[in-house]
Design a protein around this ligand. Structure first.
Ligand code: IMP
Ligand code: MG
Length: 200
């Protein structure tokens, strides 16, 4: 519905963070895409209640904005996972740090993720949730990295395709920082120094 979603950041012009080399997707672009995803989800789930399951921590920013762009009865749950593997690539073996609070059997579950890289994390979660008998199970991911998916994934609600580079902002972190940037961008090389010393 026109005018329903104004976006948390509209009207604000925040300066670009000094550690950011390049903004890949602006706050305005994100806002427009979420309004579009919200309209699609609202149309597709008309007459049903949605259970959004967010993947912590990265998805919390996206889920907050997406939730306000959906005009249907919606409940929320969260899972927290950590993926074994190197800092850059997940192994597909996921450790569950926080499980669901609620039963999902018979529910229309929308799995909300910030970014899909190899796809191994979301693929694991999909199988984990599927085993709990939801009425339906779909994925909404704001970003996915071009050409990086190790497993075929059916992402019903995709946002932006981005190049296979490490990005921060809009929920995405490097060493737990930058999640609160309203856009996504690439860090300057010197921003990695003093922590891991090199780019992820
Ligand atoms: P996947 O299992 O390889 O698809 O990795 C997905 C997870 O890795 C996401 O939930 C993010 O937490 C993290 N991730 C992947 N790419 C990036 C990035 O560019 N910046 C920050 N986190 C990322
Ligand atoms: Mg994550």
């Amino acid at each position: 519905m026109a005018g329903h979603y104004d976006g948390a950041m509209s009207g604000t012009v925040a300066p670009v963070h000094e550690d950011i080399a390049e903004v890949l997707i602006t706050a305005d672009q994100i806002e427009g895409k979420i309004a579009e995803l919200g309209r699609r989800i609202t149309a597709d789930y008309r007459g049903r209640d949605i259970l959004m399951v967010g993947v912590l921590k990265g998805a919390f920013v996206f889920m907050a904005d997406l939730a306000r762009a959906v005009e249907l009865p919606t409940e929320f749950d969260f899972m927290a996972v950590s993926s074994y593997g190197s800092a850059t690539k997940s192994s597909g073996i996921v450790r569950i740090l926080k499980d669901l609070d609620h039963e999902i059997s018979g529910r229309d579950v929308l799995l909300v993720e910030d970014i899909i890289d190899s796809g191994l994390t979301i693929n694991y979660l999909l199988r984990y949730l599927e085993a709990r008998g939801p009425a339906s199970l779909e994925i909404c991911s704001l970003f996915w990295k071009r050409g990086e998916q190790a497993v075929p994934l059916d992402v019903r609600y995709p946002g932006f395709e981005i190049p296979p580079v490490f990005v921060v902002g809009y929920g995405l972190d490097f060493a737990e920082r930058y999640r609160n940037l309203p856009y996504i961008g690439v860090l300057k090389p010197e921003a990695y120094g003093g922590r891991d010393g090199e780019a992820p």
